[in-house]
Design a protein around this ligand. Structure first.
Ligand code: KIV
Ligand code: NA
Length: 264
């Protein structure tokens, strides 16, 4: 099919068609997710916590993201690829942000995502002015987890107004969409009324224009999942079953069978 491009995000949003987004970090997974018809693939810096076994996203650098983005771009044919700017690649200046965004676009991203609101207005505007699509990310922002005091719901009660002001600033700076992570449903509903761009929610309730999940959480790769995720499959259990069946077949010498090798 036709590639899903930036104008299709707006078209779906205006038609009231929910937008679908999953993460991916490699070509093989990206191909499977793309063929399932997911609209947008996020090469998230959750790459660090999922695939690299890190405690947080703080250790992910631009080289990690460039390599993962290039792999996803090779695997996906239709989905719009959004790549995360990792910690330390955009905070210092708009010029730093543009240089980092260019590296991800060169690797195959159609858009970049960065965390924060009013405080990164100049960076977002500079990237947009450089001709690169930007997605915002508000609410719980893992790169500033230490400042936020842990993995906690954001934008509740009195903090809702500040979150809305951040969302309006990002819209003003030119983002085409914004992720709301771990935000009360009521705050997402209020923001949906105020904004002209689609909100993509993760733990942000049913009113967001679209939803995003980390693919490993969605597919059930671990016995653990975040409260806001749902396991739509048990891929981890299936992989474990396959590995154990392979082990048993090798130990019992039923693998390789004649069809699995050449005599000469
Ligand atoms: O890195 C990531 O996976 C993300 C999503 C959770 C939005 O930023
Ligand atoms: Na991220």
């Amino acid at each position: 099919g036709k590639p899903f491009r930036i104008q299709h995000v707006a078209q779906y949003f205006e038609a009231g068609r929910p937008l679908t987004m999953l993460t991916a970090y490699d070509a093989m997974t990206a191909r499977i997710i793309d063929e399932a018809g997911i609209d947008m693939i996020l090469v998230g810096d959750s790459y660090g916590t999922t695939m690299l076994g890190m405690e947080s996203t703080i250790g992910v650098d631009l080289d990690d993201m460039v390599r993962a983005t290039a792999a996803v771009a090779r695997g996906a044919k239709r989905a719009l690829i959004v790549a995360d700017l990792p910690l330390g690649t955009y905070e210092s200046s708009p010029a730093q942000a543009v240089d980092s965004a260019v590296a991800l676009v060169r690797a195959g991203a159609a858009a970049v995502k960065l965390e924060g609101g009013r405080r990164i207005f100049p960076q977002v505007k500079a990237i947009v002015d450089a001709g690169i699509n930007v997605m915002g990310h508000l609410g719980f922002t893992p790169q500033s987890e230490n400042q936020l005091g842990g993995k906690r719901l954001q934008g509740r009660g009195d903090a809702a107004a500040a979150l809305l002001a951040d969302a309006e600033a990002l819209q003003e700076a030119g983002v085409f969409s914004v992720v709301f992570e771990m935000v009360p449903a009521s705050t997402t509903a209020a923001a949906t009324k105020r904004l002209e761009i689609p909100i993509i929610g993760i733990g942000a309730g049913p009113d967001a224009a679209g939803q995003v999940l980390v693919w490993a959480d969605m597919a059930g790769m671990q016995d653990w999942k975040p409260s806001f995720a749902h396991q739509f499959g048990a891929v981890g259990a299936e992989l474990a079953r396959a590995a154990a069946a392979y082990r048993d077949a090798v130990v019992s010498r039923s693998f390789p069978a004649p069809e699995n090798y050449h005599q000469d």
